[in-house]
Design a protein around this ligand. Structure first.
Ligand code: FAD
Ligand code: DLZ
Ligand code: SF4
Length: 509
């Protein structure tokens, strides 16, 4: 008999572990663990989503005839982490081997590879996670043969490999990327669909009560829990997105609207990341909608690029560069994250809205994460460790392999330009252009150095001035520096002095 350990982000019937095991002889192990639930203070909705999805998944495997040993969450259990849990099972029933699909996170994968076998005293068979379009090795090979690692070139390679939106050897429509059509502010007319609501069963309700009782000190609210927790519900979410949201996904991908928490985004990331959906079936569905003329090319291509391009590229970078990646701090950022990241209590309307969404829904869409919250942390030089921990805790879809390169690389430029070719630094003007936040804000987006000026404006110029030497060889930054140089010395000094003052009272902004 072999044990097969299935982790909380491997909830797929196609997972390699299940394919390798024999239902009649082997036993599946699953556990809700103190170590996993607390290694950062995950948002309660994220814990509820994982625990409930795990319970539903175990129930479904059992109904198919699998033998399951499932440990429900209990702080008093001796087994606080995966290895203690497997050890406890071995003490009850010895096994010939442990089968596991490789972990998505470096810390756990390293432990599995280096210490588990001697701790458990049985052979460990580690299987490749084949839920991705590109294996770690394939990415490594591409990385070593490319002079510069850029998502766009990697994406084209995967378009060729998978055939998505390809016309023979050429991209459908003649262009690889239709982003130029995907940068519109909302026109205040196209109606934004309501979020799909899911029915809750007893498993969900029990888990929500458990999480409310056990994780009161974790940031985020769980009054309204509306995530899919079964494969069937996740498929419903995919279908709803394709029917109602995909049509405007591309056009309004970057748009920000007051009180609209989801816009035309899919909300599928948690399901892709924990296994309830596969990236292939999601891309297939988007491509099909385009083939059937239900959505335009710019939107189908834009959506498929997020999954086939960005998601796979980000994972490739993580595994290529860890563990040293997480230690990088190329811009030497060392300031503290202000307290309003845990309360949303700030006068900056854009930050208030995006942090509120994060705390209320364990969600923010990409531009809220990148160009509002992330931009603020970049411009203020907040320490990468603090920013990374916040992002890993707060979102329902946050797993280190995808969170870290996005935060550390794309937002903070802490990797010196591995993920992004230039920092996503922007003044209030960008937020004003893409949103209606500024209309309700205490600050004035049109000015830079008055008492009530939009903080993003002066912080933006200060960021450029502070890192001039670092960015001097980056051709994509030269335009910005030309604009800075057009300001008089007096104006430049007024901006820098204003930022000194702002940063002293960052907690009051
Ligand atoms: P949609 O906007 O509908 O996009 C469709 C899908 O594309 C997403 O579900 C996701 O699977 C994929 N995708 C889009 N952009 C990216 C990207 N940059 N990297 C990887 N996949 C992408 N995504 C996570 O899954 N987990 C994270 O922890 C995470 N942290 C992030 C942190 C920061 C600072 C930033 C800027 C981005 C982060 N992202 C993360 C990427 C992206 O913001 C989320 O995937 C997306 O907002 C999830 O919402 P959605 O499912 O509605 O996405
Ligand atoms: C995120 C998470 C949480 C909160 N809890 C559990 C858990 O109790 N049991 C489990 O198997 N997995 C959990 N997970 C997901 C794991 O953290 C994830 O599988 C690993 O980090 C590997 O990516
Ligand atoms: Fe944000 Fe500045 Fe606009 Fe206020 S004025 S919402 S702080 S960009």
């Amino acid at each position: 008999m072999r044990y097969g350990l299935i982790l909380g982000d491997q909830l797929s019937e196609q997972i390699a572990t299940l394919k390798a095991l024999d239902k009649d002889q082997d036993i599946i192990l699953m556990a809700e663990l103190v170590e996993e639930a607390t290694y950062v203070k995950h948002h309660p909705q994220k814990i509820a989503l994982i625990f409930s999805a795990m319970r539903h998944f175990a129930k479904s495997l059992k109904a198919q005839g699998w033998k399951i040993r499932y440990q429900a969450f209990d702080r008093t259990q001796a087994a606080q982490g995966f290895v203690d849990f497997v050890q406890a099972q071995l003490e009850k029933n010895s096994a010939d081997a442990l089968v596991i699909t490789e972990s998505g996170e470096f810390r756990l994968q390293q432990a599995i590879e280096t210490t588990w076998s001697s701790q458990l005293q049985i052979p460990i068979h580690i299987l490749r996670d084949d839920r991705f379009f590109c294996s770690k090795n394939e990415f490594k090979q591409w990385g070593s043969s490319s002079r510069i690692l850029r998502m766009e070139f990697f994406y084209r390679k995967l378009r060729h490999k998978t055939g998505y939106l390809m016309d023979g050897n050429k991209p459908v429509g003649g262009k690889w990327n239709y982003d130029i059509e995907n940068r519109q502010a909302w026109n205040a007319q196209d109606s934004i669909p309501l979020a799909l609501e899911f029915d809750r069963d007893q498993i969900d309700l029990d888990v929500i009560e458990l999480v409310k009782a056990e994780f009161q000190d974790h940031i985020g609210q769980i009054n309204h829990f509306n995530w899919a927790t079964t494969r069937q519900q996740a498929l419903q979410a995919l279908d709803y997105f394709i029917q109602h949201q995909l049509i405007h996904f591309g056009q309004y991908q970057d748009a920000l609207v007051h009180n609209q928490d989801y816009m035309f985004h899919s909300l599928l990331a948690p399901y892709l990341n924990c296994g309830l959906l596969s990236p292939k079936e999601v891309c297939d569905a988007a491509q099909q909608a385009y083939f059937e003329d239900r959505v335009p090319l710019n939107t189908a291509e834009g959506f498929i690029r997020q999954i086939l391009g960005w998601r796979e590229f980000i994972r490739g970078i993580y595994w290529l560069k860890m563990p040293s990646y997480s230690e990088l701090n190329e811009l030497q950022a060392d300031r503290e994250l202000p307290a309003y990241f845990w309360t949303a209590n700030t006068k900056m309307e854009c930050m208030r809205e995006c942090i509120r969404n994060s705390l209320e829904n364990a969600y923010a869409h990409h531009i809220q994460r990148l160009m509002v919250i992330g931009n603020f942390t970049l411009l203020n030089g907040i320490s990468p460790k603090q920013v990374n921990d916040w992002y890993l805790s707060v979102y329902a879809d946050a797993f280190e392999w995808v969170q870290l390169p996005n935060t550390h690389g794309m937002v903070l430029f802490a990797d010196g330009g591995l993920v992004a070719s230039k920092p996503y630094a922007a003044s209030g003007n960008y937020i004003h252009k893409m949103s209606n936040y500024c209309q309700n804000c205490h600050y004035n987006v049109k000015t830079k150095t008055e008492q009530d000026s939009c903080p993003f404006n002066s912080l933006y110029w200060n960021f450029l001035a502070k890192h001039r030497i670092f960015f001097s060889s980056n051709p994509r930054m030269s335009m910005m520096y030309k604009q800075w140089d057009k300001l008089s010395l007096d104006d430049q000094n007024t901006i820098l002095t204003h930022v000194d003052d702002l940063q002293k009272r960052i907690e009051e902004l």
